[in-house]
Design a protein around this ligand. Structure first.
Ligand SMILES: *[C@@H]1O[C@H](CO)[C@@H](O)[C@H](O)[C@H]1NC(C)=O
Length: 155
């Protein structure tokens, strides 16, 4: 029995090895999956990412969209520039640039996003707003945010 089993085993290992190295060398994670790797919900990025760069040593990143993007989550009006940047680490984005929230009449830069228990906190420095992190499992869509189905039926 065992003399026959060994070559089969080697063949399976070969296949596994080949598959894994192919996946590593040839496929870049989507930006959304890269965010997930850092224990952050992918919905911190709206739909429509074109490309991104990430330095896995320092966590410095840049994400590119085709255009700016605006939507409302609950009562917060958010705006993403066509390029956003920051520094990502597990559960945390800091030095964020290019994402802002409208406070009264002014657009204020959101400097930090981080996981706080089951919540996702968006901080503008002196103030922050938290949302259930689970609400960000899906990416919001430019224009209608998380409420796109409602929009379809209301028009
Ligand atoms: C960005 O724009 C290019 C050129 O107009 C288009 O081909 C591509 O599908 C767009 N990408 C996204 C994610 O909208």
């Amino acid at each position: 029995m065992s003399p026959n089993a060994k070559p089969t085993c080697n063949f399976i290992f070969f296949l596994l090895f080949f598959t894994v190295s192919f996946a590593v060398s040839d496929q870049k994670l989507t930006a959304y999956n890269a965010v997930r790797r850092y224990n952050l919900p992918p919905g911190i990025l709206p739909k429509g990412v074109v490309d991104y760069e990430l330095n896995i040593k320092t966590g410095d990143f840049e994400v590119h969209f085709n255009d700016t993007c605006e939507f409302t989550i609950q009562s917060y009006q958010l705006k993403y520039k066509s390029t956003i940047s920051g520094v990502i680490s597990p559960g945390h984005v800091k030095n964020l640039k290019g994402v802002s929230v409208k406070v009264l009449l002014f657009w204020v830069n959101i400097a930090e996003v981080f996981i706080d228990g089951a919540d996702l906190d968006f901080s503008v420095g002196i103030a922050s707003a938290s949302f259930p992190a689970a609400d960000f499992e899906e990416s919001p869509q430019c224009g209608c945010g998380f409420d796109c189905n409602g929009l379809l039926f209301s028009s």
